[in-house]
Ligand binder design. Sequence first.
Ligand SMILES: Nc1ncnc2c1ncn2[C@@H]1O[C@H](COP(=O)(O)OP(=O)(O)OP(=O)(O)O)[C@@H](O)[C@H]1O
Ligand SMILES: C[C@@](O)(CCO)CC(=O)[O-]
Ligand SMILES: [Mg+2]
Length: 386
Amino acid sequence: MISNDNNTIQVSAPGKIILFGEHAVVLEKTAIAASLSLRTTVTFTPNDKNRLLLDLPDIPDFGIKEWSLDDFKKLGHFPTDIDPLKPIECNQDFAKELTNFIDIKGIHTFLFLFCTLTKCNKAMDIRFSSALPIGAGLGSSASFCVGICAGLLKALDIYACGGCEQCKSTSEGQPCNQQLNLINQWSLQGEKIMHGTPSGIDNAVSTFGKALTFTRKNGYSVIENGIPPLRILITNTKVSRSTKTLVEGVINRSKQFPTLIDPVSNLIDTISKQCITVFDQYHQDKDYDRLQTAMDLMFDMNQHLLSGCYGVGHSSIDTIVSITKSLGFHTKLTGAGGGGCVITLLKRDTTDDQLNQLKNKLVESGFESWEATVGDPGVLVSVIPN
Ligand SMILES: Nc1ncnc2c1ncn2[C@@H]1O[C@H](COP(=O)(O)OP(=O)(O)OP(=O)(O)O)[C@@H](O)[C@H]1O
Ligand SMILES: C[C@@](O)(CCO)CC(=O)[O-]
Ligand SMILES: [Mg+2]
């Protein structure tokens, strides 16, 4: 086994789509998500300058920043005594101190995870690149957190399993389940800095991959036979929004009007559970038409509940719903809504011509679409000798 002291670690973690149950999942209901083939890649290369170099090309104007590790160690609330095997929340005083370095939530998240896991005893150049649109509902924040946690734990040889063969392997692969759980739990602590009250579904699907059902109470459960071969088109409204603000809005509404909002959340929970029943039925009888009819209806219902009842729609989303409907397709928002990306259910036999006609109509209105590939593996780690 080679030690990771002088090697570059490369990690990639997928984004996700939520089929049903976004927001309701924060309110303890069931949601269904699947990983996307679009991934965030991070490399961790040791340096001998006692400095942290951070390269974030996906944040406009961020460029490359460097800090002396000693500057972090001098902070009054620098985390010195945290056990990396026991993920805990960022101390509020430390979070405040980090704002003196830079005022971007995503970077606080990064610095919290870096300082806590490395104790600033390992100087590194850390470079990100993501194929995901950032802040658009496809789980960019979660794949960012999962990438950081998986890479730092590997670079520091910290293993929940004690260091099994699978985790210590140098070729690209998934860590063992115990290590994945550790990565997932640290990533949730990162998501908390970004969002306040994440349910944990985004980091779970980015860590474990494939398709899963999720509740806050019981965590994730991989859908055994995977999702049926549904064809999904993703469309980016290009309207930016904040997951944190949208999630807070739904929580406030549910606190203010529980008698109105609770039944909505319960109905979304029923839709998610019905989706699993419909998938199981399809795996038994391969009746694609019945699957499509049920999915189309559930897309419509979930979209209207999100937009009309939770208030997380947007006029750009309504425009896409109506363009796709005019050609016979059903669309819902995915992720936090308020703009971002939406998903449209194509038919099994949608031809290239029909797909191009749909895409062209969306492009004419200023949107961007592509057909999704879902069910990809979760976080992957490899070692590149220097
Ligand atoms: N590749 C990246 N480089 C730098 N920062 C990133 C990157 N990916 C995500 N982030 C951080 O995550 C924030 C976006 O997170 P947010 O949760 O709002 O959107 P999302 O995760 O794409 O959508 P959703 O949570 O609805 O799935 C960015 O503003 C940035 O701080
Ligand atoms: C909106 C939300 O349900 C999904 C965001 O992808 C928030 C969460 O679950 O943390
Ligand atoms: Mg997010």
